[in-house]
Design a protein around this ligand. Structure first.
Ligand SMILES: Cc1cc2nc3c(=O)[nH]c(=O)nc-3n(C[C@H](O)[C@H](O)[C@H](O)COP(=O)(O)O)c2cc1C
Length: 398
């Protein structure tokens, strides 16, 4: 005999466990799409590839899914709360106004879901007032970089990452090792200053955003991790300013557009003060929204050209000369400091982004103090770092 557990108490306590949210979809006997919101989805086995979800025994939709024998799990993004609500209500009109296409085997696949997993029903196990439906995975894919929808204590939310690192693209393996060292420090900078802290590095001819910590700046509901920008003036000055050969390559990449930026002056300023700054301009805003669009939709050759043209249009917002007048609003957008390795090479930069629009010189000093000490502790923690390297890095950023 089991102890009596009050159902309300059971619900209340179990509500403290956060879940992701999926829409499990299929087709009924007439071919009409059916679906239900599910929080009890889980990965089960890699070999063979199995997943499962737990429908209530009273669920009409679940009976239709099992009868069909195939289903598609749609992992919902933070922007799909209304779809979750629609699939959690009974009735026939769950797909009204929703954008979907058939999966390879004809199951409804929701537009802009974070990921989809198509299955055949492998087994249905009895489990109290629920069933455990096990699905054998037949095809699956992850879509864009959207952050997932989360359900917790009866309410919707979004996954707010402490930090995210770029997935292991082949050219990033070395850099991601460095980023693992930096992540705790970045999380601290983000939390203490209520900003987003980014780590980026020069990889080939691009600047790659390797990791972010803190709530995404600008109200974004997707992650920018993995974004790539052309590494040409005036972008990424702190990544080249301590190396003459790197500076030359960087300037040469810009071609004629380099004349607009006076890249030598940018480099001198950044090396002199030990940090880099960008203030807001219309061109920078346009660049940012175009890059974000390519992040969500994927980078096409057209998108790449548009980004390059927008970078060429940037100008005076980068490395303004003086930021000391307490009466002025400099509209600072971001600040970056270099991270040196044991061989005194700049291996990445740490950036604070999402600064309040009215940040004044005193705030700027505060951010810089935290950023510099973060960069120094990352330098110290890098493999091979000794006291000498730390001292040198400290001198350079002083
Ligand atoms: C966030 C969330 C998670 C849910 N998880 C489950 C679940 O794991 N199993 C289940 O049977 N119902 C779950 N539901 C409820 C079903 O979506 C709901 O009962 C739906 O109406 C079932 O469809 P049907 O009535 O067409 O069978 C969940 C609802 C929400 C909002």
């Amino acid at each position: 005999m089991s102890d009596f557990i009050d159902p309300q108490h059971f619900r209340h306590v179990l509500g403290h466990f956060p879940t992701g949210v999926v829409a499990v979809t299929s087709c009924d006997l007439t071919g009409a799409p059916v679906g239900m919101t599910v929080g009890s989805f889980t990965s089960v086995s890699l070999d063979p590839p199995l997943v499962a979800f737990l429908p209530g025994k009273q669920s009409g939709t679940s009976a239709k899914i099992v009868r069909n024998g195939r289903f598609c799990v749609n992992v919902l993004g933070a922007h799909q709360e209304s779809a979750s609500r629609a699939f959690a209500t009974g009735g026939e009109r769950k797909f009204d106004g929703l954008d979907w296409t058939p999966s390879p085997s004809g199951m409804p696949r929701l537009g802009s879901a974070v990921a989809w997993i198509e299955c055949v029903v492998d087994a249905v196990h009895d489990a109290g007032d629920h069933d455990i439906v096990v699905g054998r995975v037949t095809s699956l894919d992850a879509a864009g970089p959207s952050l997932p929808l989360v359900f917790f204590q009866g309410g919707y939310g979004r996954f707010a990452p402490l930090s995210l690192a770029a997935a292991g693209e082949p050219d990033l393996v070395e850099h991601l090792r460095l980023v693992d060292v930096a992540r705790p420090v970045m999380e601290d900078v983000a939390a203490r200053n209520q900003v987003e802290c980014l780590a980026s590095a020069a990889v080939g001819a691009e600047i790659v955003l390797l990791a972010t910590a803190g709530t995404p700046a600008g109200g974004r509901i997707y992650s920018r991790v993995g974004q790539r920008l052309p590494h040409i003036p005036p972008l990424g000055t702190a990544l080249v300013a301590w190396s003459e050969p790197a500076t030359r390559v960087w300037i040469a990449r810009a071609g004629d557009a380099a004349r607009r930026h006076d890249p030598r002056q940018l480099v001198d300023r950044v090396r002199e003060r030990g940090w880099s700054v960008a203030t807001w301009s219309d061109s920078l805003r346009e660049l940012e929204s175009t890059v974000d669009e390519t992040t969500v939709k994927g980078l096409t050759p057209h998108g790449r050209r548009a980004v390059r043209q927008l970078v060429d249009r940037l100008g005076s917002e980068h490395e303004p000369g003086d930021l000391h007048d307490p009466g002025r609003n400099y509209r600072v957008r971001s600040m970056s400091v270099p991270v040196f390795d044991a061989r005194q090479q700049v291996v990445m930069q740490l950036t604070v982004d999402g600064l309040p629009p009215d940040a004044g010189p005193a705030d700027i000093d505060g951010y810089l103090t935290h950023l510099r000490s973060a960069a120094q502790s990352v330098s110290q923690a890098l493999p091979g770092a000794g006291a000498a390297a730390f001292a040198a890095a400290g001198r350079r950023q002083a």
